[in-house]
Ligand binder design. Structure first.
Ligand code: KDG
Ligand code: MG
Length: 402
C-alpha cells in the first residue's frame, strides 16, 4: 500500500491550522495535525520541502519504521518543528491503517481501557465574581473537571483570560501582544480564588489551575502549599521545564499534584521528571510530541512511575489532533484526563468529526481511522493569517519566561 501523494493544507477558520494529508495508491487518505501556534509555516515548509518527497513510494503500513526513518534519518533530532512534522505523518498513517482495516484507531492501540474519556473545561473571568460564575456555568454544562483562571488585580491581560466577550484565544494577529506580570500580586491573589470556589461550589468538582511557566521553583512550592486546602486536581506548568531537576524543590514542599509537558516534544524532555517521580501528570500531545506512536512510549514510561496522562487540548490543536488524542486516551491504561476547549463553529465545519462530548466526557466515535476529515473547499475560504503568542514582561520591563 504505497503512499502516492502528500499535501499540506494551511487554513485559518478563526485560528491557524496546518494539516497533512497523505494518500495511498488505493485512494485511501489519512490526516495529521502539524499546527505549531505562532510558527505554523515552518512546519508546513518542513513537511512540503523535506518530508513529503521522502514518503512517496513508501509502504503506508510501516508506521514505526517511517517514524524512525524521519526521526533518525534527519540527523537533527527533536525540536518542536521536526516533531510536529513527524507527529503529523504518524497520525496520518494510523488514520490510513484504521480506514484500510475498517476499524477506529483505538482498536489498533489495544482497544478501549475505559468507556469514555474525562475532559476538563476552561473557565475564566476578569474578576472573582466572573470566574466563580464561569466555573458554575461549565459545571451546569456537565463538566466534572474545570480549570479556573482569574484576572489578577493590578495585572492587565493576565494569562488565560478572555478579552471582551470573545472566547479565550492567546494568539494575536500580526504582532505579539506584550503583557506584564507580577509574581507577588499573583501569589497573594490566587488562593482567594480557590477558597471561594470551594466555599460556593463544594468539594465535588475537580479544580485545575495553569500557572503557565510563570514562577521559580520556590515560588511554585509556595503556591502549591497555599492551594493544598482546596484539593486541586493539578497545578499545571508551575515553572519553565527546561531544568527538570528544579521540580524536586516543588516536590519537597507540597502535595499539590503537578502537571507539565504541553511544550514537550520527546520522551527525553520528561524522562527525569517521570523516573524521579517529580510530576503526577504528563501533558505532551500527539501533535507536538511526535504523534500517537511516540506518545504511547511516553505513556508507557509514565505508567511505570505512577504518572498519568493529561494531554494538552487547547484550540490551537486542530480537530485532527483532538480525534487522535481521544483514541490514545481511550486506549492507554494510565490515562488521567484530557483538556477540552471547544473549537469555533467554523473550525468544526472545516473538520467534520465523529468524536462527541456528553456530560463531562468524550468519545472518539466508531468511524474507521481517526474519524475526522478536512473540507478542503471550505478551508480555502479561510486563508492563513500571521499570528503570535503573547510576550510577557515583568513590571521592570525584563522579559519573563512565557
Ligand atoms: O499555544 C499555546 C496554547 O496552547 C496554550 O496557551 C494553552 O496553556 C495552554 C493550555 O493549558 O491549554
Ligand atoms: Mg497550559
Amino acid at each position: 500500500m504505497r503512499i502516492v501523494d502528500g499535501q499540506v493544507n494551511v487554513c485559518c477558520p478563526g485560528r491557524n491550522f496546518v494539516t497533512l494529508k497523505l494518500v495511498t495508491e488505493d485512494g485511501v487518505h489519512g490526516l495529521g495535525d502539524a499546527t505549531l501556534n505562532g510558527r505554523e509555516l515552518s512546519v508546513a515548509s518542513y513537511l512540503n520541502d523535506h518530508v513529503v518527497p521522502l514518503l512517496i513510494g513508501r509502504d503506508a503500513r510501516r508506521i514505526e519504521d517511517t517514524w524512525q526513518y524521519l526521526y533518525k534519518g534527519a540527523y537533527w533530532r527533536r525540536g518542536p518543528v521536526t516533531m510536529a512534522a513527524i507527529g503529523a505523518v504518524d497520525m496520518a498513517l494510523w488514520d490510513i491503517l484504521g480506514k484500510t482495516l475498517d476499524v477506529p484507531v483505538y482498536r489498533l492501540l489495544g482497544g478501549a481501557s475505559r468507556d469514555r474519556v474525562m475532559v476538563y473545561a476552561h473557565a475564566n473571568g476578569r474578576t472573582l465574581d466572573d470566574t466563580v460564575a464561569a466555573v458554575a456555568h461549565h459545571a451546569s454544562l456537565g463538566y466534572v473537571a474545570i480549570r479556573a483562571q482569574c484576572g489578577i488585580p493590578g495585572i492587565p491581560h493576565a494569562y488565560g483570560i478572555a478579552r471582551g466577550d470573545q472566547p479565550y484565544e492567546p494568539a494575536e494577529k500580526n504582532a505579539p501582544l506584550e503583557t506584564v506580570w507580577s509574581t507577588e500580586r499573583y501569589l497573594d491573589f490566587v488562593p482567594s480564588l480557590f477558597e471561594r470556589l470551594r466555599r460556593e461550589l463544594g468539594q465535588d468538582l475537580h479544580l485545575l489551575h495553569d500557572v503557565h511557566h510563570r514562577l521559580t521553583p520556590i515560588e511554585a512550592a509556595r503556591l502549591g502549599k497555599s492551594l493544598e486546602p482546596y484539593g486541586l486536581f493539578w497545578m499545571e506548568d508551575p515553572v519553565p521545564a527546561e531544568l527538570q531537576e528544579a521540580f524536586r524543590i516543588i516536590r519537597h514542599h507540597t502535595t499539590t499534584p503537578v502537571a507539565v509537558g504541553e511544550v514537550f516534544n520527546s520522551i527525553f524532555d520528561c524522562q527525569q521528571l517521570i523516573q524521579e517521580h517529580l510530576i503526577d501528570y504528563i501533558r505532551a500531545t500527539v501533535t507536538h510530541a511526535g504523534g500517537i506512536s511516540h506518545l504511547r512510549k511516553i505513556a508507557a514510561l509514565a505508567e511505570l512511575h505512577h504518572v498519568r496522562t493529561g494531554c494538552h487540548g487547547a484550540t490551537d490543536l486542530s480537530p485532527v489532533a483532538m480525534a487522535a488524542a481521544l483514541h490514545f486516551d481511550l486506549s492507554v491504561h494510565n490515562f488521567g484526563i484530557q483538556e477540552h476547549m471547544p473549537h469555533s463553529a467554523d473550525t468544526d465545519r472545516v473538520f467534520p468529526h465523529a468524536y462527541a462530548f456528553d456530560a463531562g466526557y468524550m468519545h472518539p466515535g466508531e468511524a474507521p481511522g481517526l474519524g475526522v476529515d478536512l473540507d478542503e473547499a471550505l478551508a480555502a475560504s479561510f486563508p492563513y493569517e500571521r499570528a503570535y503568542l503573547p510576550v510577557n514582561r515583568k513590571l521592570d520591563g525584563t522579559l519573563h519566561s512565557w
